[in-house]
Ligand binder design. Structure first.
Ligand code: ADP
Ligand code: MG
Length: 692
């Protein structure tokens, strides 16, 4: 590999510009070429003024007829140009006297901008424009014009120039194509050089609509490469982890597992049994397990995790369970204590809220190996927490953590050259090909069955004006011995309002339902206060729980049968599905009431209709994907996938099967090309820094 050329090797790039480029992650000439256009404009065609339509972004030419400064509310410069077929007004709010003078009658201009309708016919506000001089004509524009992401202190013109210089400066050898020719031929994609040249300088006749949609073969080639790089990075991680030994947790003694199952008031479902068998097979090997258990809300993942834990406990080793919220960590601790304390296995709970003496004695217990099971939030994996012999790490609701925390945790667990086994649990249902990319480092078990005896949750969509009926329903349910949730959404995380809104709602509901015991829980409360309220709800002392979306994940109170969600139209379907999953957990019939405010947009109406139509998380996810694109569902937050530069998981989903095939081929036949390919697309610090 040749040494990378720094951007300063480009003509005209000094320290100041290099610094600005660095802020965009651009250090080398190659990096620069991977700063890709957001969109394109066609300036090759001069549109006659008579054909101009409002809303078009176009290039036009005309002669100045007049230019006047007027005061219409605001001081502004109006300039009228004409070309024989029609005329156009150019409007400037910011201008210099010199600019005004230069727009003399008869001067010919070429302008670019978006035409819009005004009281004086069509106009362009602040067009880009240049004077055309008969003796020195403007260079013909013979390419589509790329528009780059907004960059502090660097103009579009400057960037275009830099790109041209970069393309001229870098030889093909200096822009290596890490995709083998055979892989490219299989996928029918152009070479890297061709693709890069095309996206930065598309010819005038290039299909602009296809380019704007990101579906041009040149863009598909880059998207393919990016998806491949991400896929390979996860494969490499898996390889690195599994090249270290894990503790083989063989079948041997199974008393704990047997005792736990014997104490359950129900039977495991077939799907729970199957997943557990897959996990047990992995655990028996001296290779660290990397397994994801995917299953819809309420399918019983926690129990599967507890049964898996018995393998480590039986071998005298420790288990850590990490949950995304204190609320959930607390609930898991209660469940695990209920299951394990009768079997004389101690369970510790470590969250950020546990401080001082309690914390230090907990940490000592973990270090000495006296606590076989430790449950907590991410506090589990912070400085100062050392396990004596950690053999299994369980991560619940992994989509809440993201890839980085998941990886940080792997390092933490490593001891004596051994890596702990990892069991990751998620209720985020994502389509299969996508799962294979997002979780390329994990094996997947699916729990596709709910425990028997559950009645499907009935979902109703209601205007908020029908609040009284809703209150009546709560009254009826609670008087029949059931419990209810009322969720006030957190519209903006930084906003104080939702807490107030939740407080006000709780007060209003308490007033409307004086015979009921109403509780309130939200993220700003102290952990102890939250815990007290949740314990009260769980015990039935609180009948109606008003909450923010803190109760979104994991909370399990089978006697709750009514879920009311306010402003449901503002929430993602995945989130609504999670919230709805808090009811329908017992044998009683449950309902979920989705309240909306004002009138619904057609899209919002359709999305809420999806919730009404199905209780199946996979189906909800599929429809969500269709209706609004990958967004939240497939974003960083949910899958742990890093932000992509070119690829779009929805648009480019059809590439994924070939990406997987190409990844295998590369690992097998061209392994030396894998690290540089990954480095090009996946920030070194993001993945390697932590695992290396
Ligand atoms: P999730 O998969 O959403 O994490 P949980 O583990 O919270 O689901 O389980 C939901 C509820 O179902 C819990 O109350 C749990 O005790 C119960 N449960 C788990 N497995 C079974 C089963 N096989 N039969 C009946 N109930 C079960
Ligand atoms: Mg759960």
């Amino acid at each position: 590999m040749t040494d990378a050329k720094p951007v300063t090797t480009l003509r005209g790039v000094g320290e100041a510009l290099a610094l600005r480029l660095r802020a965009l992650g651009v250090q080398t000439v190659e990096d620069l070429l991977f700063l890709l256009p957001l969109r394109y404009e066609d300036r090759t065609r001069i549109v006659p003024l008579g054909e101009l339509r409002a809303g078009q972004r176009v290039a036009v030419e005309g002669d100045v007829q007049l230019a006047d400064v007027v005061l219409r509310g605001r001081r502004q410069l109006l300039c009228r140009i004409a070309d024989g077929s029609g005329f156009l007004t150019l409007r400037f709010f910011y201008f210099t006297a010199q600019q005004h003078r230069a727009l003399a009658k008869g001067v010919r201009l070429r302008c670019f901008g978006e035409a819009r309708r005004s009281t004086m016919g069509l106009e362009i506000v602040h067009p880009e424009y240049r004077r055309i001089d008969a003796t020195a004509p403007l260079a013909e524009i013979d390419q589509l014009t790329p528009i780059y992401p907004a960059t502090e202190g660097i103009t579009q013109g400057r960037l275009r120039l830099l790109m041209r210089l970069a393309l001229e400066t870098l030889s093909s050898a200096e822009l290596p194509d890490w995709l083998p020719a055979a892989v490219l031929a299989d996928a029918r994609l152009p070479s890297l050089r061709k693709a890069i040249e095309f996206v930065h300088r598309p010819p005038a006749d290039a299909p602009i609509d296809q380019l704007m949609d990101g579906r041009h073969p040149a863009q598909r080639r880059l998207a393919f490469e990016e998806l491949l790089a991400h896929h390979l990075s996860l494969k490499l991680l898996r390889h690195r982890i599994q090249s270290q030994p894990g503790w083989p947790l063989g079948a041997g003694a199974e008393e704990l597992k047997g005792a736990l199952i014997a104490a359950l008031p129900f039977q495991l479902t077939g799907a729970q049994r199957r997943s557990l068998a897959e996990i047990e097979q992995d655990l028996a090997l001296p290779i660290p397990m990397l397994r994801l258990v995917q299953g819809d809300v309420g399918c019983g993942k926690t129990l599967v995790a507890a049964l898996a834990a018995t393998r480590a406990l039986q071998s005298g080793r420790q288990v850590a369970l990490m949950a995304p919220t204190e609320l959930l960590a607390d609930q898991h601790a209660q469940n695990f204590r209920r299951w394990f304390e009768p079997l004389r296995v101690a369970v510790g709970l470590l969250t950020g809220a546990i401080k001082g003496k309690a914390r230090s004695s907990l940490l000592a217990g973990i270090r000495a190996g006296q606590l076989p099971i430790v449950i907590g939030t991410h506090a589990l994996f912070q400085e100062g927490v050392d396990f004596a012999s950690l053999a299994l790490v369980i991560v619940d609701e992994q989509h809440r953590f993201g890839v980085h925390q998941r990886l940080a945790l792997r390092e933490k667990g490593a001891r004596d050259g051994h890596q702990p086994h990892q069991l990751i649990m998620t209720a985020t249902p994502i389509p299969r090909t996508l799962a294979m990319t997002a979780y390329a480092d994990l094996d997947v078990s699916v729990i596709d069955e709910l425990p028997p005896g559950r009645t499907p949750v009935q979902t109703v969509v209601l205007a908020e004006t029908r609040r009284e009926e809703v209150v009546q329903r709560i009254h009826t349910a609670c008087c029949a011995g059931r419990q209810a949730y009322w969720v006030c959404p957190l519209i903006d995380e930084s906003d104080e309002m939702p807490y107030q809104a939740a407080e006000e709602t709780a007060a209003a509901l308490a007033a409307a339902l004086p015979e009921l015991r109403v509780g309130l829980v939200h993220g700003r409360m102290t952990p102890a206060a939250k815990e007290r309220i949740m314990a009260g709800f769980k015990a039935g002392a609180i009948q109606l729980l008003v909450a923010t979306t803190v109760i979104e994940v994991g909370v399990d109170v089978p006697n709750a049968t009514l879920m009311v969600i306010e402003n449901a139209e503002r929430m993602g379907l995945a989130q609504l599905h999670q919230l709805r999953g808090r009811v329908g957990r017992g044998q009683h019939e449950s309902a979920c009431l989705l309240l909306y405010r004002g009138s619904l947009s057609p899209l919002a109406r359709e999305r809420l209709a999806v919730m009404r139509a199905t209780n199946d998380g996979f189906e909800v996810a599929r429809r969500d994907l269709q209706l609004r694109g990958p967004g939240e569902l497939l974003g960083t937050r949910q899958t742990g996938l890093a932000q992509m530069r070119v690829a779009n998981l929805l648009r480019d989903a059809d590439l994924l099967p070939r990406v997987q095939i190409a990844a295998e081929a590369m690992l097998r036949a061209w392994p030396q090309q894998v690290p540089p390919l990954v480095n090009r697309w996946v920030g070194r610090r993001e993945l390697y820094g932590r695992v290396g």
